[in-house]
Design a protein around this ligand. Structure first.
Ligand code: GLU
Length: 505
């Protein structure tokens, strides 16, 4: 059984734009929490000041706003277990570092970077652990008076976790089962640095998960190797009984070939790896985002939800509510998930179809305005209705639909060659007269009259329609013919026909 109240967290480090893999992690946390009526906490892990990138935190918050992933507590969301930015929790961590020191689970180490480099150069595969700590400059080897003197004189030090060797450490992972590693391969990790008075990731992460009463740690596979250390830290603190359950999500893999998905794959194959466009504050470089590339947030969510999880049915299209209802960590795969970005565009197409024309029209109208087309929302909506099944993105409508708003100024050569026959001009003149006589220019009425006229005159429907299309569109493309002429209206239809007859002869 799950604990009374599920509490999960998404805890990014603000070191740049949020990678799409991080979005998936946040999504799974969100789905899991909502599924179990729990809470999602948004924590900023910014204890490594050297990697801090301005703007990253705001970018991450905006990304989730766009995607419709909402948090219950955390940076910018409030809550009673804050502050939720680790750089604002210095005193809290210092207290817990001291606790480990007092318990003998951690020790001071005074080795300078130069000293450490020297032993690394001398000893192959040097690791600071039970087998080597006895030869190093730390509170386990130095007399207590010397340790106190060094600290009081302001000598810089770190606090290291004292790992006992030779023990099999079990990580009980909801996706991977019992993962066992031997503590002998772990090093005495640095937990705290006096230089900036800040803890490292490991200590801050554990202390905060404990204080924020996190019940489940759902994160990327890259953190699995830290999990045994985290288990040992919980134990050192005496917090085993409230230790969260772990779930390490499968890696996102390259769309082609082997290995982890990287930004370079996106650049190489032309898909974004970030939710929103990112403007690097240092280099000024711009990286593409799903939002700016024209994806619907629902499509991105649906696509990511299925990268590493599937409900075990054929269903592919899910609303957020359906995902929440069906999400199940035990149905996540251990194996990495290929980042099939073409599937992402397929999802976007499905969402264009799913959305009403009314919903899509304003975005298309905006694009029309950008292309100096003055028209109404209603007309934009009509075109959306006729054409949306042909595109993956709303922005792809414009090149396909230009002819609805602008008369052709040239005629596609190949189509002319194939479709404009010797008698086409004469036939079009006659069709023009038929259409000119119509009071009611509705689709249905035009179709009825013209079809009857074709039949009575023994004309070839295909030839007539092909030529007619060429006069209105300038090419052999577009939806149903009378959809086009009805949309254009009588005056515009006749004038386009006139023009084509004159030019094509
Ligand atoms: N700050 C880590 C990150 O950037 C958090 C890892 C974790 O969830 O424990 O992903």
């Amino acid at each position: 059984m799950l604990q009374d109240q599920v509490r999960v967290r998404f805890a990014p480090s603000p070191t740049g734009p949020l990678h799409i893999g991080g979005v998936r992690t946040a999504l799974y946390n969100y789905l899991f929490a909502r599924r179990h009526g729990g809470k999602v906490i948004f924590r900023i892990e910014d204890t490594d000041s050297t990697r801090f990138v301005p703007g990253a935190e705001a970018y991450i918050i905006e990304s989730f706003k766009w995607l419709g992933i909402d948090f219950d507590e955390g940076v910018s969301f409030g809550g009673d277990k804050g502050p939720y930015r680790q750089s604002e929790r210095k005193e809290i961590y210092q207290k817990y570092v001291k606790m480990l020191l007092d318990k003998g689970c951690a020790y001071y180490a005074f080795d300078t970077p130069e000293e450490l480099q020297k032993v690394r150069d001398e000893v192959k595969n040097f690791q600071y652990d039970a087998s080597t700590r006895g030869q190093m400059r730390n509170s386990l080897t130095l007399p207590i008076e010397e340790v106190n003197r060094l600290i009081e004189s302001g000598e810089q030090y770190v606090v290291r976790f004292k790992i006992e060797p030779g023990e099999n450490v079990h990580v009980n992972d909801l996706i991977r089962g019992d993962v066992v590693i031997n503590s002998s391969i772990l090093d005495d990790k640095v937990l705290y640095k006096s230089a900036d008075g800040l803890p490292t990731y490991h200590l801050a992460n554990i202390v905060d998960d404990h204080l924020m009463e996190i019940t489940h740690v759902i994160r990327g596979e890259e953190w699995l190797s830290s999990a045994p250390l985290h288990v040992l830290l919980y134990r050192a603190f005496g917090w085993e009984s409230t230790m969260p359950q772990f779930a390490h999500l499968p890696l996102l893999l390259k769309p082609d070939g082997k290995g982890k998905l990287s930004k370079r794959d996106g650049d190489r194959l032309g898909f974004p790896v970030f939710p929103l466009e990112w403007h690097d504050p240092q280099s000024g470089a711009v990286s593409a985002g799903y939002r700016e590339n024209g994806y619907f947030p629902e499509a991105v969510i649906n696509f990511l939800a299925l990268l590493g999880w599937n409900p075990g049915t054929e269903q592919e299209l899910f609303t957020m509510d359906e995902l929440i209802e069906q999400f199940d960590l035990s149905k996540c795969s251990k194996a990495g998930a290929k980042f099939d970005y073409l599937k992402g565009t397929w999802f976007n197409h499905e969402y264009i179809l799913k959305k009403s024309d009314e919903e899509i029209a304003p975005e298309f109208l905006k694009i029309l305005k950008e292309n100096s087309i003055e028209t109404t929302l209603e007309r934009a909506q009509q075109v959306v209705g006729m054409m949306k099944n042909r595109v993956n993105f709303v922005k792809e409508l414009w090149p396909l639909c230009k002819f609805f708003f602008v008369a052709p100024d040239s005629y596609d050569e190949k189509t002319v060659k194939k479709r404009w026959k010797e008698d086409s001009a004469a036939t079009m003149r006659r069709l023009r007269d038929v259409l000119a006589g119509l009071e009611d220019f509705s689709l249905a009425h035009q179709e009825e009259v013209v079809m009857k006229w074709i039949e009575e005159n023994g004309l070839h429907t295909g030839n007539v329609m092909n030529a007619f299309r060429l006069t209105l569109v300038g090419a052999g493309v577009g939806p149903h013919m009378f959809d086009i002429s009805a949309f254009l209206g009588k005056e515009e239809t006749l004038s386009r026909m006139e023009r084509a007859i004159n030019i094509l002869g």
